[in-house]
Design a protein. Sequence first.
Length: 295
Amino acid sequence: MAKKESSPRLGKGLAAIFGEEVDDVLENIQQGNLDEHVADRFEVAVDEVKPNPYQPRKKFDDEKIQELSESIKQHGVFTPIIVKKAVRGYELVTGERRLRASKLAGLETIPAILMELDDQQMMEIALLENIQREDLNAIEEAQGYEKLIKKLGYTQEELAKRIGKSREHVANMLRLLKLPKKVQNYVVDGELSMGHVRALLGLKDTSLMDDVAHKAISSHMSVRAVEALVKELNEPKEKPQPKPKDIHLGQVEARLQSKFQTKVKVDEKQIVIKYEGNDDLNRLLELLGGIEEEI
């Protein structure tokens, strides 16, 4: 008997988007409970299936694909992929891991379900399936939300309802896209957690994000430690108050400025007299000849 692949069910919200009939088909696909009359199941050549252009997932675990490939070599593909008709061949809707693993296993064909979906439905179902399977990292999820908002004109609140999440969750995820690209890559590679990046987003000086992120990783800082560092960096540093000028020196400075008709600075160790050009310098030198008698 063929061994079933792990098939987490698709989440809530699909019925509202696609209608009960399509929702039932998708549910049956995930559970492997398909009657012949439910959907158009057939064998499709793996080379005829193009990737889903709306696939939000960019990073795939090569080791897990290899493991799935070995399972497929032994047991075959239990859960069909979903495809739609393209100008040439087919476009993948869901099942990219299965398709990649099947190619790796050397299969020429793979079981598929042919469905009629428009671009909006393809985008939404690809995002929903990945979110419910928890296959997306935080940046991929945020990019998926952004694409739906830009392509379909959703507000954050409308998108939240469509995917069964809170508006706050959608807003917080979208904020991740404000992170520098290097920091986003740290999230994708699993070097920074959501807690770390939420703390980074609190930095008032965004130019410090790269440095703080690098320090958090290299020093193995906890989320609390990063929060404390961000708080410290956000607090304005008090400028040292200038030392009050000695009253006597101030009086001397004023008398010299009046005498020389130029800017003079006097402190405890030096006198600085400003001049402009040779003529002004000669004028000052003449005046300096009688300064001892007048002060």
